[in-house]
Design a protein around this ligand. Structure first.
Ligand code: C5P
Length: 390
């Protein structure tokens, strides 16, 4: 699966370094050429000999041990198809974010132009340090994929967030990163995400539990497949593509109308409120003497249906979240809305869907075809959806 691919594995000085031996073994087992670069501190936790045996290659630590005319940090950066740094310490993360190149690993990272994945691991107080947080934000905004650490018992004795994410997760992210085709190059993909917010008065609103994660995953997969991406969202996010922040269903409709004509693919992953308050109170509503309060609601436009009615060349994909009779309801909905594809989600399960990191969906097409995607992370599902629909 990974043959003809060169994976550059960066290891920094954290106790989780020993887990990377297993990761290297899996890369090798699947045919990859693995090059390992360690910071000097990493060798306090794993030996050069172990890494050399597992990767079946020389292990690089020091700069300026030049054997060829090209400096190592440039040739290693040029040669690799992907770079994964795991575990990444607060120190190395912060240096990379600032462009500091004071050892071989950070020099390579500074020169690296392809996909980079960073899996941080550190004490929970270090992870929560505002400087580290800011540097993580900077890296994410530059398109570096951050595999967030997990919560649990830490080697330092603390309980909290900071443990290296699972080796499986790192392995999947690398495979995914390597297998992205550039099939969406030259295409404009517009994606909506998050639950809309319908004001009641200046301090209260009606919304839903949508986290926006599925839409974010679709946006980042589309970007990696070479598309020009516009994400219209109700959630706060920083990302290396255009983001249009909206609040209500009407705002979302307006933003979509502006992007629609020039788009090639539209994915409505947002959970749009079906109703909004008829008259939003300009002042905070006071608690009355009555035991009951009735809010009058009016129907929001069905944005997806409206876009399908006016489409010219666009491929339009809707989502449907159902708590019962998933396929039956989805079949009815794809006809009613008139979209090209409908991604059906079963929200009665609490291991997938709303707020969860994972999803399991069925893709329906307008000709009656159906494809079930097995449970996987939202980013894997996003990639599979884009591969399937375009
Ligand atoms: O009808 P239902 O809400 O189940 O349809 C879900 C799909 O329709 C989603 O893709 C959602 O983004 C979209 N939708 C919409 N406008 C609405 C309600 C839902 O575009 N008012």
């Amino acid at each position: 699966m990974l043959s003809n691919k060169t994976i550059l594995v960066g290891i920094t000085g954290g106790i989780a370094a020993y887990k990377i031996c297993e990761l290297i073994r899996r890369f090798k087992k699947n045919g990859a050429n693995v090059k390992v670069v360690c910071t000097p501190n990493a060798l306090n936790f794993v030996t050069k000999l172990t890494l050399q045996n597992l990767s079946q290659n020389e292990v690089y630590v020091e700069e300026f041990e030049v054997k060829e005319w090209k400096p190592e940090h440039i040739s290693l950066a040029d040669e690799a198809d992907i770079m994964v740094i795991a575990p990444a310490t607060a120190n190395t993360i912060s240096k990379i974010a600032c462009g500091i190149a004071d050892n071989l690993l950070t020099s390579i990272a500074c020169a690296f132009r392809k996909k980079m994945i960073i899996a941080p691991a550190m004490n929970c107080n270090m992870w929560n340090n505002p400087g580290v947080k800011e540097n993580i934000r900077v890296l994410k905004a530059r398109g570096v994929e951050i595999l967030e650490p997990e919560s649990g018992f830490l080697a330092c004795g603390y309980m909290g967030k900071g443990r290296l994410c699972g080796v499986d997760k790192i392995y999947d992210a690398v495979c995914e990163g390597l297998n992205y085709s550039q099939k969406l190059k030259g295409k404009k993909v517009v994606i909506t995400s998050g639950g809309t917010i319908e004001d009641i008065d200046p301090v209260r609103y009606i919304s839903n539990y949508s986290s926006g994660k599925m839409g974010f995953a679709l946006a980042s997969s589309a970007k990696q497949m070479g598309a020009e991406v516009v994400l219209i969202t109700t959630k706060e996010i920083e990302a290396p593509y255009k983001i249009v922040k909206v609040k209500s269903a009407l705002d979302m409709q307006k933003a979509l109308d502006e992007e629609f004509d020039s788009s090639d693919i539209v994915i409505m992953a947002a959970a749009v409120a079906d109703y909004r308050v008829k008259e939003v109170s300009p002042q905070k509503m006071k608690k009355g003497v009555n035991e009951e309060l009735t809010l009058e609601l009016v129907k929001n436009p069905d944005i997806l249906k409206g876009l399908c009615e006016k489409k010219t060349h666009q491929c339009i994909i809707g989502f449907c979240a159902e708590s019962e009779n998933l396929i039956e309801n989805a079949k009815e909905k794809i006809t009613k809305k008139g979209c090209d594809y409908l991604i059906a989600n079963d929200i009665s399960r609490n291991d997938i869907g709303f707020g969860s990191e994972d999803n399991e969906v069925v893709i329906l097409d307008k000709n009656g075809g159906m494809k079930r995607l097995e449970k996987a992370s939202k980013s894997v599902i996003a990639c599979q959806i884009l591969e399937a629909v375009y």
